[in-house]
Design a protein around this ligand. Structure first.
Ligand SMILES: O=C1O[C@H](COP(=O)(O)O)[C@@H](O)[C@H](O)[C@H]1O
Length: 225
């Protein structure tokens, strides 16, 4: 794991965009295409905007989501809307986009459609909640054990978070660990404390700890104070 520290969220976003762009360009050189999975929430906006301006060969990039809330795209909590607004603009509009909540009123139909369209990402950019969740692998969710199971052929599952809004679709830990590169972007002292606690030991109460303790996939952590 590599740790990168920045004075401002803007500096972290710029550096993360450069690193992710480089990883995707490598995949395009090696395989002719690249698949990127990004997180939602409020933190990734500046990163997505900087990545959109990165000069990548977007026609050879597929963008998907690490997780999604089962809401229509006009809902303010839609991660797909966030990606469309802040990443798939200008030259980056040439990327192919695979949203996850294709049937927002029907979790099973959304999961089936997302599984059918599934592409294994080369690169995933994770966030982390104050409760230690990553993707939508929430502590105490009834589906958490299935989401953390290894080995597992499941790449996506539905999650009903006990203490957060909306049923979700989420990549599983097995899917995250099948990525060629992982990035984790976190901001502020509170999230740093959660991160440091999760580094101590694997603990289902902090699902991010499972990612931090599987060292076979290169993980770069971008933290802004
Ligand atoms: O619910 C979610 O939260 C996490 C963290 O979001 P943030 O707003 O605290 O940055 C995010 O990584 C995840 O994709 C999202 O669905």
């Amino acid at each position: 794991m590599q740790w990168f520290e920045f004075d401002t969220p803007a500096d972290a976003a710029a550096a993360l965009a450069e690193a992710v762009s480089g990883a995707l360009a490598t995949a395009i050189r090696e395989r002719g295409e690249a698949v990127l999975a990004v997180s939602g929430g409020r933190s990734p906006v500046a990163f997505l905007q900087r990545l959109a301006e990165s000069g990548l060969d977007w026609a050879h990039v597929t963008v998907t989501l690490v997780d999604e809330r089962l809401v229509p795209e006009h809902h303010p909590d839609s991660n797909a809307a966030l990606v469309r607004e802040h990443l798939l603009t200008g030259a980056a509009a040439a990327a192919r986009f695979l949203p996850l909540a294709l049937h927002p009123d029907d979790a099973a139909a959304s999961l089936a459609a997302a599984r059918a369209a599934w592409r294994q990402p080369d690169v995933a950019v994770l966030g982390m909640g104050d409760d230690g969740h990553t993707a939508s692998l929430f502590p105490a969710a009834p589906e958490l054990a299935a989401g953390l199971a290894l080995p597992s052929a499941e790449r996506l599952l539905t999650v009903t978070p006990p203490a957060a809004s909306h049923t979700r679709l989420s990549m599983t830990l097995a899917a995250l660990l099948a990525c060629g590169r992982l990035f984790l972007a976190i901001q502020g002292p509170a999230k740093r404390r959660v991160f440091e606690q999760a580094r101590q030991a694997v603990d289902d109460a902090l699902p991010i700890s499972h990612v931090l303790h599987h060292t076979e996939v290169p993980l770069d952590v971008y933290w802004a104070s």
